[in-house]
Design a protein around this ligand. Sequence first.
Ligand SMILES: [Cu+2]
Length: 215
Amino acid sequence: MRARLHTTTTLTLALALVTLPLACSGGASDSTTPPPPAQVGAVQGSVKDTSGAGVSAAGVTLSATGQSGLSASTGADGSFSFTQVPVGAWTATVTPPTGFSAGPQATAAVAVVAGQTATVNLTLAQTGGTPQSGNVGVSVADFSFTPASLTIAAGSTVTWKNDGQVTHTATADGTEFDSGNLASGASFAHTFNTKGTFKYHCAIHASMTGTITVQ
Ligand SMILES: [Cu+2]
């Protein structure tokens, strides 16, 4: 008798547990609400080179699944803007003009919200031409170096700055340099006096690699 009572109680409890989530999920349907009218927002931003200078006359496109693409061109200061962009998840991509190459920051995701202006900043790496000299910056992000490939004149100093949120390093594959751990916001400089190609990586994230070519 005692055993039977126990079984019944357990069964009731189990049923209550099964029924509870069903009761909670009921009534969530809002099929009576009419669909909202098409809504739009705006996107603005800039295209810069790795020294922070604006890149003019660069083509920027916005694309999103199920939407027609939008395109614009950067002004003299590298800025661009889009208006009347349908709400949704868009991807902004810059096509590098002559003298520039697309780095990991040539594409960025941008969420467009009704009535609001989203900002997206893109970065291109300089290519060819004379090697950079003096103080040259490399941005360390989560999880890439920009520019990943850099050509400098012998005697130039490269400064890596951790613009990401997590700790990274700039560590030569050889023995030329090693920043040690760079916390978010920290930087490390190394002067390259010897010509050659120096590959490096992040000692924490093996997929982060870069190359410094000294001419
Ligand atoms: Cu890293």
